[in-house]
Design a protein around this ligand. Structure first.
Ligand code: ATP
Length: 199
């Protein structure tokens, strides 16, 4: 199992990059999807969350009321810690399970917080999709109309561009068009195929 971690700031082009590599036959594990799945109805982590935070963080259908939970943990580091103690092991276990089930030559682990969350430890190599802050803002706003305040909050929770790039093994600069992005990805893809065979 050879794992390539893929990360980048908001709107940097992580999804565009992972969709392209997926189209080349590479299995993708998405840490955001896993983080949602482990707190779905019927999952043990959701029951633990409800036990600690009370049923006020559940919606009428029994699913997690994310915004209620966010309000509780946003300004309370202790409660945030409790939440992470419940969710992080479940997320790690599910990521590992999906990585193990992958059958492609290497597997992408896509995570906006790859370095911040410690998930880079699953990866043999880390690829950063890099873009200037201006482009990140433009693309994120264009895609789903998030406000600049929301973008600021998300950026504040992520590593700085300099620090993220410092921790990368490979950097693809997404300043051109999609064809340019794909061309650069094709080169690192060949490299990962070779590295995964050598390992
Ligand atoms: P987030 O962290 O917010 O999920 P992301 O890093 O996954 O963002 P994408 O969703 O891949 O970013 O890209 C943001 C938007 O910019 C999308 O609409 C995408 O199609 C577009 N985009 C990405 N790269 C390029 C490019 N090189 N040229 C044109 N559009 C691009």
């Amino acid at each position: 199992m050879y794992v390539v971690g893929l990360t980048g700031g908001i709107g940097s082009g992580k999804t565009a990059a992972s969709d392209y590599l997926h189209s080349l036959g590479i299995d993708v594990v998405d840490a955001d999807v896993v983080a949602r799945d482990v707190v779905a109805i019927g999952q043990p982590a959701l029951a633990q969350i409800a036990q600690h935070f009370g049923t006020a963080i559940l919606l009428a259908d029994g699913s997690l009321d994310r915004s209620a939970l966010r309000t509780i943990v946003f300004n309370n580091a202790d409660e945030r810690k409790v939440l992470e103690t419940i969710t992080h092991p479940a997320i790690r276990q599910e990521i590992l399970q999906q990585l193990t089930a992958s059958v492609s030559p290497y597997t992408l682990l896509v995570s906006p917080l790859l370095f911040e969350s410690g998930q880079y430890q699953f990866a043999h190599r880390n690829l950063v999709i890099d873009a200037s802050e201006d482009l990140q803002r433009q693309r994120a706003a264009m895609r789903d109309g998030v406000s600049s305040e929301q973008i600021n909050n998300i950026m504040a929770a992520q590593l700085t561009r300099t620090e993220r790039n410092r921790r990368a093994d490979d950097i693809v600069i997404n300043h051109g068009d999609l064809a340019d992005l794909y061309q650069q990805l094709h080169i690192v893809h060949q490299q990962y195929l070779q590295l995964s065979q050598a390992g």
